[in-house]
Design a protein around this ligand. Structure first.
Ligand SMILES: [Mn+2]
Length: 328
């Protein structure tokens, strides 16, 4: 286990109160939970009188811009004094290109996360029963409210937390959705300013032309093994160029693979610009986090990710498939 202390919500709030110009770190290939949690936290900190900024190795996806525009986001470390806190980042690997810089004096001072498998790198508030990191940001905001540190949870924070929860639960459909998730969502919706239909439309329905192209590619190029129980798609840089799609357009390909009847384990492997192979895994029950951990990745029982070392994409597929076939 980790050498870093595990913190309660109250202890984490104490730490937040002492932060000086915090940089809130999001994971690489940012999704709705890491972005929603980071911006919600920034809004809550501002309400506490603490001004912070975002930090992410990769650029903010266009489709999340609706909640990611109130604070500047750095993609490289700025000069000056600041404290780095991470949200939804389970391991240094998930810091992307920032990882080698976030050590020593620049090491994060706090992590807020909900992944079951990871490599803690700072004192941490970790609760793997939380459906999203956004749930933990809500608990922190609620505690700050209870202690009178803030007078209200800002509307922008409420919207971002609602989006974070919705994003990681697939619109409150996945098995990670608990009664607490729904109670928090209900509390957020008490504020008439939080428009669930609009947020869910932006997260799940409003797809760009290029995102749809990537989904069509996934539908047409799905392979399977074990009588269709394991299914996958791989996409090379050349194929990505031909389609004109960037990283942010590929995130829903996995949904096309897993939505096939009979599929129990789905994965997508994409070749990145730097020649590495990034895999996303989903399952209907089999522990894919353990498979991802074999490749130094991590995640949740039913949703995990890792980077696979290989000289060619077919080799990356074979390495992951072999690992799955020998255990699933
Ligand atoms: Mn998350």
């Amino acid at each position: 286990m980790s050498n870093f202390p595990m913190l309660s919500v109250k202890e984490t709030l104490e730490k937040l109160k002492s932060l000086r110009s915090p940089l809130v770190l999001m994971h690489r290939h940012p999704d709705g939970d890491t972005v929603g949690s980071a911006f919600a936290l920034l809004h809550v900190l501002k309400e506490m009188g603490i001004n912070g900024y975002g930090l992410c190795a990769d650029s903010m996806p266009e489709r999340l811009a609706f909640m990611a525009n109130a604070f500047p986001v750095f993609s490289a470390l700025p000069e000056g004094d600041y404290d780095i806190i991470s949200v939804d980042v389970p391991s240094p690997q998930q810091m992307g290109e920032l990882a080698p810089h976030l050590t020593g004096k620049r090491a994060p001072v706090l992590m807020i996360d909900h992944h079951a498998v990871g490599t803690p790198f700072a004192p941490a508030l970790i609760d793997s029963t939380a459906a999203a990191a956004g749930e933990l940001v809500y608990l922190l905001a609620e505690e700050a409210l209870r202690q009178g540190i803030i007078k209200q949870i800002p509307l922008a924070a409420k919207k971002a937390i609602y989006a974070a929860l919705s994003s990681d639960t697939g619109c409150y459909r996945y098995s990670n959705t608990t009664s607490r998730t729904l109670r928090i969502a209900a509390a957020l919706l008490e504020d008439k300013g939080v428009d669930s239909a609009e947020i869910n439309h932006l997260l799940f329905e409003a797809k760009s032309e290029r995102q749809l192209k990537a989904e069509a590619f996934a539908i047409e190029n799905t392979h399977s093994a074990k009588n269709g129980k394991i299914a996958w798609v791989s996409i090379t840089q050349a194929e990505r160029k031909a389609l004109g799609v960037e990283d942010e357009h590929l995130d829903t390909m996995i949904d096309m693979v897993r939505s096939r009847a009979g599929v129990e384990i789905a994965f997508v492997i994409r070749e990145s610009k730097d020649g590495s192979f990034k895999a996303s895994l989903r399952s209907s029950g089999f522990n894919v986090a353990q498979i991802a951990a074999l490749f130094e990745g991590g995640g949740h029982v039913r949703a995990a990710g890792c980077t696979i070392a290989a000289s060619h994409i077919d080799e990356a597929v074979k390495r992951l498939l072999d690992a799955l076939l020998s255990r699933a």
